[in-house]
Structure formats: structure tokens, C-alpha cells
Design a protein around this ligand. Structure first.
Ligand code: 6PG
Length: 249
């Protein structure tokens, strides 16, 4: 389902509302909520809205378990750290128990960090289906999501839930969760904003190229729901999708 919003602010409010609603639902249904957060800039505003009234009081923070979809292998205080961004925008301001916040250890050896995160995830799901209640993802202008980059080895991963990768031409190494894990989620929500994403989201949603060139196309929840929250500038090239225009809310 694609929902189009007038601007990033409206998109962020909708994303924050959806986060609060799904967190409350998951806790009511099974006593806890496992959330996979995205880095990048787009979700920042939604995180900030969740840290403030009225939404702050609507989220059962004590029952949330926070994970990341990917991390850059940098020190925790490095401005490129996804954990740092979420910590500053949200986690420093809400009462999630520290033992329920699971950053990828960006300052470790990348392979060790990926192995450690895989262990953390397997311990958390304890043999049950690794089903995140909510996954937030962004979309890069090259079609990547999390740190699943075009034509990268990580796209072929069928067993591991976390693996080491890097963007072609980039020095920085990354750890990313893999499609087999992400696609087990109950709800995956892409947040896409800005005119610079118009071409890529049109490609991802309305054309049928090889997913290796647009890895976001690999995200297809097996039993869960996939939603796109898009602002008008990013939606500007979307034709009538699935027989109907994107819903502008
Ligand atoms: C990251 C994210 C990445 C991001 C996209 C979009 O580590 O940067 O995981 O997948 O979501 O690159 O980034 P923006 O939201 O900044 O456009």
C-alpha cells in the first residue's frame, strides 16, 4: 500500500502514529514489541515526534526491543553512526530499558560485529520465527535499503541474518540485516521523501528490473504487510499504481 503525504512533516507524523499504534498492538497481543529501525536522515523527524507528547505517552516503551537494520562500522560517537542518530533523536528521551536496546557494535571488527548481532537476534527470538513487529526502512537513490547495495554479495545471503558489506566505491564497511530476516516481519514500512527519490521509487514500484540492481525490491514480507509512506516530491513520477493513484493523505 502506498500513502502519499504533502511533505516530510506530514509523512513523519504518519510514521510516528503508525509506530505508536503497532507498538501498542504488539504489546497487547504478545507482551512485547520487536522493532527494527532505519538509519539515514528520512526517519529522524518521526523519531523526534515519538519522543514528544502526545505520542510519547502512547508508546509502551518498557516493552519495546529496539534493533537496527544496518550500521556503519564506525565509533558510536561518529556522526555517521545510525545508533547515534536514533539515540539522540529518540532513545535518550524515552524509557526503553537499556537491556532492550540492541545496537550493532560498529566499533568492533565488522565480521565479529555481524556474528555478535546474529547471536543477539537468535537469542532474542529463541528458536521462534524471527518476526519483527515493525520494520522501518529507507530507500537510497540507487535503490538500496538498509545496507543492501546493488550487486552486492549480501543480496545472495539466504542463511545469515546479519552480514558484512560495503557500498561500491565506499571506504566504510557496514553490517546489514538480510532479506530472509527482514521478510519475516509483520509490517515493513518504507519512508521515502524528497524529489531526489522520485526516479528510484518509480523504478522500484512501477518497473520490473532485476532486484539485484534495486535491492529494495527484495523486501517482500512473506506473511506480513508492506507499506510505503512517501511525500509528494518523491511520488511525483508515480503513475497510477496497482490500478489506482497513490493515496494522498
Ligand atoms: C543508512 C540507511 C540507508 C538509508 C537510505 C536512505 O544506513 O543510511 O540504512 O538504507 O535508509 O540510504 O537514506 P536517507 O533517509 O538519508 O535518504
Amino acid at each position: 500500500m502506498i500513502s502519499v503525504y504533502p511533505d516530510l512533516d506530514a509523512l513523519s507524523r504518519a510514521a510516528a502514529e503508525l509506530f505508536a499504534e503497532r507498538a501498542a498492538r504488539a504489546v497487547a497481543e504478545h507482551g512485547r514489541c520487536a522493532i527494527l529501525l532505519s538509519g539515514g536522515e528520512t526517519p529522524r523527524r518521526a523519531y523526534e515526534l515519538l519522543a514528544k507528547e502526545p505520542l510519547r505517552d502512547r508508546v509502551p516503551w518498557g516493552k519495546l526491543h529496539i534493533f537496527w537494520g544496518d550500521e556503519r562500522c564506525v565509533a558510536p560517537d561518529d556522526h555517521r553512526s545510525n545508533a547515534r542518530m536514533v539515540q539522540q533523536a529518540l532513545l535518550d528521551r524515552v524509557p526503553v530499558p537499556v537491556g532492550q536496546v540492541h545496537p550493532i557494535l560498529g566499533d568492533r571488527d565488522p565480521r565479529e560485529a555481524a556474528d555478535e548481532y546474529e547471536d543477539t537476534l537468535r537469542r532474542f527470538f529463541a528458536g521462534a520465527a524471527p518476526r519483527f513487529d515493525l520494520v522501518l526502512l529507507g530507500l537510497g537513490d540507487d535503490g538500496h535499503t538498509a545496507s543492501l547495495f546493488p550487486d552486492s554479495q549480501a543480496l545472495e545471503e539466504r542463511q545469515r541474518w546479519a552480514t558484512v558489506t560495503r557500498r561500491a566505491g565506499e571506504e566504510i564497511v557496514r553490517v546489514t540485516l538480510t532479506p530472509p530476516l527482514i521478510n519475516q516481519a509483520d509490517l515493513v514500512v518504507f519512508l521515502v521523501a524528497g524529489e531526489d527519490k522520485a526516479a528510484v521509487i518509480h523504478e522500484v514500484l512501477e518497473n520490473h528490473p532485476d532486484p539485484r540492481s534495486l535491492p529494495a525490491k527484495l523486501i517482500m514480507p512473506e506473511q506480513g504487510e508492506l507499506r510505503w509512506l512517501v511525500d509528494l516530491p518523491a511520488a511525483s513520477l508515480l503513475r497510477r499504481t496497482n490500478g489506482s493513484s497513490p493515496i494522498v493523505v
